[in-house]
Design a protein around this ligand. Structure first.
Ligand SMILES: [Zn+2]
Length: 102
């Protein structure tokens, strides 16, 4: 995976999707490891559609397994979820934030 020098602290060195336990494991360049449940990532999606739904108080799909992961440029991941949602872009910095908070 390509590294970006100016944000070295929040660059991943390894991303492992543990489908059996529905955990996305990210090892960061500074040695921190984040284990992010798929369902958390689905609920925390920040795409326009999900943000609007959250603001309107609509329930966001729960417990959605990740079925596909794509790297977007050098700064983000795009997840596909079992409920058909596939527009969520998760920048590394946001994933790192979620990992620390959970
Ligand atoms: Zn979304």
């Amino acid at each position: 995976m390509t590294m970006v020098n100016n944000t070295a602290a929040i660059q991943p060195v390894a991303v492992t999707d543990q489908r059996a336990s529905q955990l996305l494991r990210i090892e960061w360049a500074d040695g921190v490891v984040s284990e992010l449940p798929h369902g958390l990532l689905r609920r925390k999606c920040k795409c326009a559609e999900c943000v609007a739904a959250q603001r309107a108080g609509q329930p966001v799909a729960q417990g959605s397994a990740i079925t596909g992961i794509e790297i977007v440029g050098e700064h983000a991941l795009n997840f596909k979820f079992a409920d058909g949602h596939e527009r969520g872009i998760f920048p590394w910095a946001y994933l790192r934030e979620l990992g620390v908070a959970s």
